[in-house]
Design a protein around this ligand. Structure first.
Ligand SMILES: Cc1cc2nc3c(=O)[nH]c(=O)nc-3n(C[C@H](O)[C@H](O)[C@H](O)COP(=O)(O)OP(=O)(O)OC[C@H]3O[C@@H](n4cnc5c(N)ncnc54)[C@H](O)[C@@H]3O)c2cc1C
Length: 385
């Protein structure tokens, strides 16, 4: 049995853990980063191809500010690693005149100085004739937003971390059992990892690691994603002809991302699925979901109604009761922190979250009440979109 000692041990190399390790390492501290299945693995929430990065959050200024902070950090990372992990495709919000969320979003973006373009239905139909939104009367385009290559960026970040002295350990951490100050954690293969502070960024696994604390506070739900093959030779579903878009007037809350690197036009519904086990849950999409998708295509993207499904994915959201992140100290351990509850919108915020959490840990920076454990209720009532 080997024994290792660090200033910080971060458990989970998804987007939250990797960016937290990045900022902790920037302070000169020694950092271990553990993952049971590998950075941005296929079971992890960060393991997908692409994730939307948008500035708009309806009336919610906090997440607009965090997205605004994160985008330049993603861009810097892309520049220094010479990887095109950010694609400025634009993000198009589609809705109707009664949508208070979109009206507030315009106000928040205007106040924050985020560029946006308001579009009437006729203009939307003219610019994107491959789409048919009969129920949409206006839209808002964020021209400087777009998408992130999720798996590639997290894996590249972990590679960079290793180059800067972070020790990456392919290991599954056991749940800590003591109270007070935690001296070490054990891995499932019998190693002992000692650290001054432990940071659990274990995404949808958090309720399994801390069942008493989180089984009722983080709801892990099954989410299906579809990639459609566009007609041969067509550029209509790739940038620059296709932005990211979110169809807010449809009850299924569909959203789509353009075909990137030839993997297909991505489309999904932002409704919470059934409860899901991230270790053992089946990752094949249901026939009934494919039928629902075809029905949606028939109405809104007729040219793709018979398009082949070139790939599908089943991922999971790790939802808090209302969608606010959980970033707080563990109440039973003075040196254990928890960061999770990405709730289907966390990826873009990885840099801002890592920066915020490291400031709290290293410098005792004040905490945002919305991220506290105390604010986490046990009845689901989604409020952050
Ligand atoms: C289908 C889908 C679409 C989404 N779309 C968007 C989007 O468009 N934009 C956006 O911003 N966000 C989006 N999200 C949300 C975003 O992907 C997540 O909020 C984010 O990836 C969460 O990252 P994480 O680091 O908390 O968790 P994870 O990525 O799951 O990382 C946790 C890691 O911890 C490891 N781990 C767990 N237990 C242990 C242990 N005991 N020991 C060691 N390692 C352990 C796991 O292996 C895993 O790698 C989407 C999510 C899904 C599922």
């Amino acid at each position: 049995m080997t024994k290792r000692t660090y200033d910080f041990a971060v458990i989970g190399a998804g987007v939250f853990g990797a960016w937290t390790a990045y900022f902790l390492r920037q302070s000169g501290a020694s950092v271990a980063l553990l993952d049971a299945y590998g950075p941005a693995n296929s079971r992890a929430s960060s393991g997908g191809e692409t994730r939307v990065i948008r500035m708009g959050y309806g009336p919610d200024e906090l997440y607009t500010r965090w997205a605004m902070r994160s985008l330049p950090l993603w861009r810097d990372f892309a520049t220094r690693t010479k990887r095109e992990i950010f694609r400025q495709t634009g993000v198009l919000w589609l809705s109707n005149d009664a949508d208070a969320y979109l009206k507030s979003l315009c106000g928040v973006l205007a106040q924050a100085g985020v560029e946006r373009e308001e579009l009437k239905a006729e203009e939307i139909a003219r610019r994107w004739p491959q789409l048919r939104f009969h129920d949409v009367t206006w839209g808002v385009l964020e021209p400087n937003s777009g998408l992130l290559l999720a798996r590639e960026s997290v894996q590249a970040l972990v590679k960079e971390l290793v180059g800067s002295g972070v020790e990456y350990l392919p290991a599954a951490a056991e749940a800590p059992s003591a109270q007070g100050k935690l001296a070490q954690i054990k891995t499932r293969t019998g190693e002992s990892i000692s650290a001054g502070t432990f940071v659990f960024c274990s995404g949808p696994w958090l309720p399994k690691i801390f069942p008493e604390l989180l089984a009722e506070r983080i709801f892990v739900t099954r989410q299906e994603v579809f990639f459609l093959g566009a007609p041969a030779g067509s550029a209509d579903f790739r940038p620059p002809k296709m932005p990211v878009w979110l169809h807010r007037t449809h009850p299924g809350l569909p959203y789509a991302l353009p075909d990137i690197e030839g993997r297909g036009f991505k489309i999904a519904f932002d409704l919470h699925g059934e409860r899901f086990d991230p270790d053992a849950g089946g990752r094949v999409v249901a026939e009934s979901s494919i039928e629902r998708l075809r029905e949606y295509l028939r109405q809104h993207i007729p040219v793709l109604v018979h398009a082949p499904l070139v790939e599908t994915r089943v991922c999971q959201y790790e939802n808090t009761w209302n969608g606010d992140f959980l970033i707080d100290r563990h109440p039973q351990f003075e040196n254990v922190w928890i960061a999770g509850g990405g709730s289907g919108h966390g990826f873009k915020h990885g840099p801002a979250l890592g920066e915020y959490l490291s400031q709290r840990i290293l410098h005792g920076a004040p905490g945002e009440p919305r991220f506290s454990l105390a604010a986490k209720q046990t009845a689901q009532n989604r409020a952050v979109y």
